[in-house]
Every structure is written in C-alpha cells, then in structure tokens.
Design a binder for this molecule. Structure first.
Ligand code: ATP
Ligand code: MG
Length: 431
C-alpha cells in the first residue's frame, strides 16, 4: 500500500509569507478586543462530547453530522467544533462567574467540523471569538457588534453587510414552534430525513437546513419576528436604536436563525459577497439560557466568532494590504571557517538589539553567500576575513545603495549598527 502522508482533506498548511496574513488578522483582533475590555482565554482542543451535545444541541448539523469524536479509554471526547461551549465551561469551572460581571473573554483557536471542503469551508478552521457573560441589556449586544465591526473595518475589509434578527426566548418560541409545525405539516414528505426528525423536536432547525429542497420549502415559513414577546421585542428595538446611534448600518433579516441551538434574542451575521457562497465572515448572538443549562446560575451572555480563513480570503480578494515582514537586517558572510566564530559572536551581539541577523551555516563560497543575502533581502552585509578580524574593522554594506562604511567590531558595534540601520529604515520618514 502506498504511504499516505499527505495532509487530510479540508486542512491547510500555512507556510512562508502567508503567515504574515494570519499575524495581521490576529494582531488586529487582539488589539481591538483589548480596547473593548476582553481578556484572552485558552481552552482545551477537545472536551467531553456531552458538553457539545448539551450546548450546541442534539438536533443541529454540527452535532448530528459534523463532530470529530473519539472514544479513548472508555470516555467519549470531541474535537471542539466551536469555541463558545468550552469558554463557558471554563468560566464555570474556574469560578469566573462568581467574580465581578460581566466576564469578557476572547480566543483565537482551531475548530473541527466534518463538512464538505470548499473555498472558505474547511474541516479544520480557525476562529477569533468573544464571549461576554453577565450582561442582559441590549447595550451589550450593540457593544459586541461594534467590536466585530471595528475589527472588520480595521482590517480594511469593504462590502460587508451587517444582518440582525431576533429569535426570541423560550416563551415566544413556544408559539412560533406551533406555527412552524403547522406550516411544515403538509409538506412533510418533501423534507429530508434529518429535517423530518427535527419537525417534532426542534422545527426551527429546518430553517437552517442546507438541502436545496428543504431551504426552498422554508422560504415561505412564518418568521419569528411576528411572534416575539414584549420583552424580546423591546430588546430588539433598543438594539436597533443603539446601532443607529453608533452609525452602524444594518438590515433586519428575519431568515437568520443561526446553526447552534443555544441562541436566544439577538442573532447577527456580517456577510460579504466577495468570497463566493461562504460569505458569512462573522456570526454571533445572545445565548441567555446556556450557562444555566450547563449547570451555572441563570446568567445572560452573548458573543460572536469570525472565521479567520474567510477574513483572509476576503482581504486577498479585495487586495487589502497585510503587515509587512521586516526581513533580514544584517547578513554576515565569513570568508572561511576561521571567521565563523567571530560571525557568530557578531550575530549574537546585534540580535540582542532586536535585529534579524543571519550568517552562513551551509558552507557557501563568498559569491554564493552574496547571492543568498540578496535573495533573503538583507538590508546590510558584513564580509569577514582574516584582515577584518585582525584589524577589528569591517565594511558594513548597504545593499540598497551599495554604500560602504567602516565599522569597528568592538563593544561599540551594536550602537553603531543600530543608528545606521534605524536611520536607513526610518530616516526618510522622520525628516
Ligand atoms: P456557515 O453558515 O457558513 O456554515 P456557521 O453558522 O456554521 O457558518 P458558526 O458556527 O456561527 O458558523 O461559526 C462562526 C464563523 O466561523 C462563521 O461565520 C464562519 O466565518 C466560520 N466558519 C464556520 N464554519 C467554518 C468552516 N467549516 N470553515 C471555515 N470557516 C468556518
Ligand atoms: Mg456551518
């Protein structure tokens, strides 16, 4: 049998310059989250399967079709398909919800779902997400939506639409479920098997089915907005007025129900048309019942998650700039082996000033070394031979201008190099 060491379908390697794209997105998201008072949390890659069954919900696509589970030593574990369940579990387990509320956490993590891989839909993907526990007011919803909006616009992403909806609370949903069941009852035989089984247990899930036939039938289904109780309706109205007050444009889309069972009241999505069919770059909402359901006190909460692959894809398609790699500041070229110890010492010294320094470690001749330093885009080079070492002076060459300056290889070296290199990088800008 042929050896199969290729990466699994629906996973990606991130190599070379592409990592800059990830750093750009992660840095922007982290900085914005900190400005909004969120603290980073790190949680396990896998949890007890029960956690996701109880939170994401037994009738969701994620739990019914997409989880990667293993039985290890008789315990059933699942690779996290999303970050909310684990984050809330961690808040409960670490007593965070007994401290001053709201508790505000953000995360950057990988998620795993067994889906059909395509552009913007992977089996291992990455999310930046936030969770805010203990806030019941619609001003919290507006602030969380503003954070998502801030990150998306700071990344330079355009053509994004904010869609919001309210899917009510268990009180208004009881009436709505009745109306949905009545609507789907005489179309039962056209529904897919999964939706048929959902009809009794959780008819709202049918609205989220990806099968073309079910989604066609669902088009004319009653919408939850017509069934909201006074409290939910009031919450939704206030949210809209806060968003307007913040100059955030949005549309109310009564079709948004989200794919996870724990949502209540507000749900929202940021959608772009620039990356094809998988255009939802961020999804979130309120989940006021989840914490109690997982064994905590009755505590309202909300959050969102953005798909990092979809953010990057959108930025690429829109030609947005990513952070640049500063690259190699200094390449040291020993003419032969006897100069290597000095090259290593100089590298150690200059790196201590925060510069990226490289020297030859493959035994190339001088000409090949210069070619290599050109290839890696070194800003400066120093050639080290017997003369340089015995005189304690070498030539520092600016690779862009070709200019050469004598520099002393003593304890003034770092200072001298710093001022020349910084002047080269920023001199023109500062003048
Ligand atoms: P979709 O409707 O696209 O399947 P979802 O409702 O399943 O999304 P959520 O569970 O809310 O998505 O996850 C939040 C975000 O994570 C999504 O808006 C999307 O940007 C991203 N995401 C979800 N699933 C994937 C995936 N398989 N591959 C890449 N990104 C994903
Ligand atoms: Mg999905």
């Amino acid at each position: 049998m042929a050896l199969n060491i290729k990466r699994p379908n629906g996973t990606e390697d991130i190599t070379g310059k592409n990592i800059r794209k990830w750093h750009t997105v992660e840095r922007t998201a982290r900085d914005a989250a900190a400005e909004f008072g969120f603290h980073e949390i790190r949680i396990p890659t896998f949890e007890n399967t029960e956690l996701f069954q109880r939170s994401v919900g037994e009738t969701t696509d994620v739990v019914q079709k997409e989880m990667y589970s293993v039985i290890a030593k008789e315990t059933k574990f699942t690779l996290r398909p999303e970050g909310t369940a684990g984050t809330i579990r961690a808040m409960l387990q670490n007593g965070m919800l007994n401290e001053a509320l709201p508790q505000k956490a953000f995360y950057i993590l990988s998620c795993f779902r067994h889906e059909r891989p395509q552009a913007g839909r992977l089996r291992e993907f990455h999310q930046f997400g936030v969770e805010m526990a203990g806030s019941k007011l619609p001003s919290a919803d507006a602030d969380v939506i503003l954070l998502a909006h801030t990150i998306i616009s700071q990344l330079g992403i355009k053509n994004v639409e904010l869609k919001i909806n309210s899917i009510g609370c268990p009180k208004c949903r009881a009436e709505y479920h009745k109306a949905l069941k009545a609507y789907f009852e005489d179309k039962k035989d056209q529904l897919c098997d999964t939706c048929l089984s959902r009809l009794e247990k959780n008819p709202m899930r049918i609205l989220d089915c990806k099968s073309p036939i079910c989604s066609e039938i669902a088009k004319d289904a009653p919408v939850i907005l017509d069934f909201l109780c006074e409290e939910c309706s009031d919450h939704f109205q206030k949210l809209q007025s806060y968003l307007t007050n913040l100059d955030l444009s949005f549309t109310v889309d009564p079709k948004i129900v989200r794919g996870l069972d724990y949502y209540t009241k507000t749900v929202f999505e940021f959608v772009t048309t620039d990356i094809g069919a998988q255009g939802t770059i961020c999804g979130g909402g309120r989940y006021d019942g989840l914490i109690k359901q997982l064994g905590g006190q009755d505590t309202p909460a909300l959050g969102f998650a953005m798909g990092l692959e979809r953010l990057i894809l959108t930025m690429e398609n829109q030609g947005v700039e990513f952070d640049e790699d500063l690259g190699c500041s200094l390449y040291i070229a020993p003419m032969d082996e006897s100069a290597v110890p000095t090259a290593m010492k100089i590298a150690k010294e200059i790196r201590s000033g925060g510069f990226n320094v490289e020297f030859d470690t493959v035994g190339r001749g001088l000409k090949a070394q210069m070619k290599y330093s050109d290839k890696i885009g070194a800003a400066f080079t120093i050639v080290l031979g017997d003369n340089e070492i015995s005189s304690g002076t070498a030539k520092l060459k600016n690779m862009k201008t070709g200019e050469q300056i004598d520099i002393k290889l003593d304890d003034t070296l770092l200072n001298t190099f710093s001022s020349i290199a910084l002047d080269d990088m920023f001199g023109g800008v500062l003048e």
